[in-house]
Ligand binder design. Structure first.
Ligand code: SF4
Length: 482
């Protein structure tokens, strides 16, 4: 089968169409906006209420975690309550580690998301695989995946093969390393098993908290899919982006620049905030940059807007009079595109007095930091939380940021659960990871150093550990009247 191109824009190829309940995704269909609940999946009323808020905000597909069989079964009650209220929003069950849970959920919801890094593979510290051992593992994956494919085929359920940079299997790591290539091959192995089975109702995703890795993995994925002759729809997201402007900027850089390149069929702007806050940001990205729709922002700054010679060229971008939330998205995506093309590293943004100079300066710095050009403050990674989270991650992240934002050589992760958090926080220097109701474990790199600390004492414990390890510096701006 050959990959086709849209009639209105022959410069980028078109993914094939996949059915997710009543929603068609891919091809020339409009981009879909997704989000994820962060309630306990067993709390039907709270989860339904959050789904309704998301739906009313404009969310078109909602993902709900199913850590175990009970949660997977309760998706039935959640769906029933939504149906009663005539809310037709496709549900995705989010599955890690547990094929049986996926098989239950696939009989209830429209789509299941599985992580190829942990669906079958278990990490046991093995670092070398002979070709024979590698092939045997692949056969084991096929045996374990085929029952799910049978159920999905019978029920018309779609599957997202969702690879995350932080949770590749040790088998993949041994062969490809922790790289964009490893992410892509991890998904392509599952794609091949699905194709061999005759299952095509697939969506793929490549997520990372580092924007450049996420962009590179998605571009590589598209190349591999086109090479293979089947271009399945792609879901875009920058994972563990954190909160506030920094998170919006990371998502804009990653998702927006790929949308502008014609890549992506569904998107999620992942924020460690109330899930509804994700939708307006996602809408702006789609409205401005999705080449499949009628993107309103076509006039990116040009190479000729770069001034200064030699090693320090500066991109000057002018956005006369536009409001700050739009400025943030447009300047981020526009700079990312020019940075990719020319490697320009410095940026000056003006918008005719609509935004004050210091806010514009901070915006420029945040964009540079999101792209890994220069660090101006601590790099924070934070998951958006989900039904696995058993503490208030949103307020914990605020507290950690307030105390540690000046440590600009460090990356600190705030993660909702001990199951996925440690893997997903990837290369963070320190981690603040939910360990149970009101309990937090503090990590140094990948090592759990202080276990099951009371949530009320955990921020101080993190600071004490950073000091003990010699990574603390005093905040020179503290007490200044800025
Ligand atoms: S790391 Fe966060 S978003 Fe991921 S499964 Fe755990 S709590 Fe949920």
């Amino acid at each position: 089968m050959s990959v086709s191109q849209p009639s209105n824009n022959p410069s980028f190829p078109l993914s094939q169409v996949v059915q997710i309940g009543n929603l068609s995704v891919g091809g020339n269909h409009p981009l879909c906006l997704q989000s994820m609940t962060n309630t306990n999946t067993l709390d039907t009323a709270a989860t339904v209420a959050q789904c309704i808020r998301l739906y009313e905000a404009g969310c078109e597909i909602v993902r709900i975690t199913a850590p175990g069989i009970k949660e997977a079964e309760n998706l039935f009650n959640i769906k029933k309550e939504l149906n009663k209220r005539e809310i037709q929003i496709p549900i995705i069950a989010d599955i890690h580690f547990n094929p049986k849970t996926a098989e239950v959920a696939a009989q209830i919801v429209e789509k299941v998301r599985i992580n190829p890094g942990n669906y079958v593979d278990r990490n046991r510290g093995k670092v070398d695989y002979s070709e024979k051992e590698y092939q045997l593992e692949l056969e084991k994956i096929a045996q374990r995946l085929n029952p799910l494919l049978t159920i999905c085929k019978e029920n018309g359920t779609a599957i997202r093969i969702g690879t995350n940079y932080g949770s590749l299997s040790e088998r993949i790591l041994a062969k490809y390393g922790n790289t964009p290539r490893g992410m892509v091959e991890s998904a392509m192995e599952f794609v091949q098993i699905c194709k061999d089975f005759g299952f095509q109702n697939l969506v793929l995703s490549m997520k990372a908290s580092r924007v450049k890795i996420m962009i590179e993995a998605n571009k590589l994925l598209v190349e591999r899919l086109i090479e293979s002759g089947q271009y399945f729809p792609i879901h875009l997201g920058v994972t563990e982006a954190g909160n506030g402007d920094e998170a919006r900027i990371k998502s804009a850089a990653g998702i927006g620049s790929l949308l502008a390149a014609g890549i992506g069929d569904t998107i999620r702007v992942s924020l460690a905030e109330e899930p509804e806050a994700e939708i307006p940001v996602a809408k702006k990205l789609v409205n401005y940059y999705a080449r499949k729709g009628n993107a309103v922002h076509q006039k990116n700054p040009k190479t000729s807007d770069i001034t200064g010679k030699g090693d320090f060229p500066i991109l000057k971008m002018q956005y006369p009079g536009i409001p700050y939330d739009e400025l943030l998205i447009r300047s981020t995506v526009d700079f990312t595109l020019l940075h990719q093309k020319t490697n320009v590293k410095d940026i000056r943004i003006t918008n005719q007095g609509q935004t004050n100079d210091s806010q514009l300066e901070i915006l420029s710095q945040n964009i540079q930091q999101a792209l890994g050009i220069r660090n101006y403050k601590t790099e924070f990674i934070a998951c958006p939380s989900c039904g696995r989270t058993q503490f208030n991650l949103i307020s914990a992240l605020e507290k950690v940021k307030k105390q540690t934002s000046h440590l600009k050589t460090l990356t600190i992760a705030v993660m909702g659960c001990i199951v996925n958090g440690p893997g997903e926080m990837a290369d963070a220097d320190y981690g603040y990871v939910g360990a149970g109701p009101g309990k937090v474990t503090i990590y140094k790199g990948s090592l759990p150093v202080l276990k099951n600390i009371k949530e009320t004492e955990a921020v101080q414990a993190l600071i004490d550990l950073i000091k003990k390890e010699g990574d603390w510096v005093e905040d020179e701006s503290a007490g200044l009247d800025l």
